[in-house]
Design a binder for this molecule. Sequence first.
Ligand code: NAP
Length: 509
Amino acid sequence: MSDAPQSPAVMIPSISPRDGEVHAEVPGVTADALPAVFERARSAQRTWAATPMSDRARVIKQIHKRFLERGERFVELLTAETGKPAGEAWTAEVIGNGDLFPYWAKHAKRYLKTEKISVNPINYPGKKAFLEYVPRGVIGVIAPWNFPVAIPCRAFVPALMAGNAVVFKPSSQCPRLGELLGEVFAPELPDGLFQVVLGRGSVGSAFVDAGADFIAFTGSVGIGRRIASHCGENLVPCALELGGKDAAIVLEDCDLDRTAYGVVWGAFNNAGQNCASIERVYVVRSIAERFVARVKELTLELRDGEDFGPLTTVDQRQDVIDQVDRAREAGATVLTGGEVPDSKGFWYPATILTDVSHEMDVMTEETFGPLMPIKVVEDEEEAVRLANDCKYGLTASVWTKDRDRGLRIASQLEAGVVTVNNHGFTAAMPNAPWSGVKETGFGATNSHLALMEMVRPRFVLVDRSSRREMWWYPYNEALLTVAAALRDLALGKLGVIGKLIKGFLARFK
Ligand code: NAP
């Protein structure tokens, strides 16, 4: 825990997926430390909420600078704790968050500005009203290990700009990265406003009872369900960014070479441990043979360690091994990979499967590993039908040179993000909402929609009228007459008088 009061320590090992060895141990906490953490955060938040937006923006820019200055250290630890290649660590986690800080520093004020709400002067004379956006309080951020820097930052920055405190639980797979994020954020903020709690899953599950006002969770469907249910019992709002089984639809009129490059990257970046990895490819028959051959060629060119890292955990690798074995037994052809290499660490090769059926779990269950099952379809209708026949709905992509066709298909896909001729990268755009449907969860990351989850509305009305209200006591004949007249007005039955009243309403709108 960054600087929060200590409870009996738990040592969290930092395991390198590249060799499977423990490279460091970091002290963590148990759930009993949380009430004190949240109390400190709440107290700091009161001061921060009263800090002008321009000052908050200045602090966020300072944090951005600290973040970038530590680029090399982030990359080093990302490689050490997740196994990802340096190129990927830089692009997806450091530079990939390049727009995030300046975007919120510049735009949060506009979105959170107090709004004037118009009040009907006939029904509610003499009143003025406003809508204010109030910070929720303490936001609990619980993050996974696959993008352990980029993902939590996408919650931290809007949460802080909106005037909240943040308590962050990183994945226990990435304790040193969690610590480093604490070193970047906490020193620039009021004491206790940003705290990192390193601990096991039980620490995350205690957030609600410790007093979180909102939970921003990214992780698996199973844990997401548990959090949602605990939040439901306690009426704590939450946003859940969960699993995916993203489809790529490859049409006969695509740019074949570019599509092959894009699909190979979409499937195998981060060793496939990307919530938005391409995990199903539907290619139309007329182009299938050429497409599969090119994708195979490009996959075989991937260099271990440089283009392609190991799986991050040994359990994750076992899930992939099991899925591939089951698919093979059920008749799938393994075109590349499919065998565990004889090396230290949690390596598994980029694996392409063909001859897959819609029912195999490589086509229905999240893989979260370097697996690209390719299914040949007759036409776009079949591709769309199969793509939508899935319990997840995070992202999807359509590959065609015909823009209108791409947009038409996009409008039919049951996913939170659809890209035409690209895949998955838009999570790095702070103004592009990232969300899912079905078991992928609810709520948004990025864009004003995410910011709005970090605040609650407060409607304020000021009455300067000196008259008693029509609907106050006593309920007499005059009230009934006025009510009936208002009804007639709403029905447009009051002729000239009605027109006059409408004109009056329009004038004072
Ligand atoms: P996970 O096992 O669900 O863990 C996510 C986080 O929850 C970790 O910090 C974990 O801590 C914590 N946690 C574990 N048990 C908990 C509990 N009972 N209560 C509260 N928190 C608890 O997920 P993961 O394996 O790290 O990540 C992979 C999953 O994340 C995949 O399913 C992937 O699709 C999904 N994901 C989704 C998105 C998206 O945008 N939709 C983005 C990235 C990843 P410990 O690590 O200490 O167990």
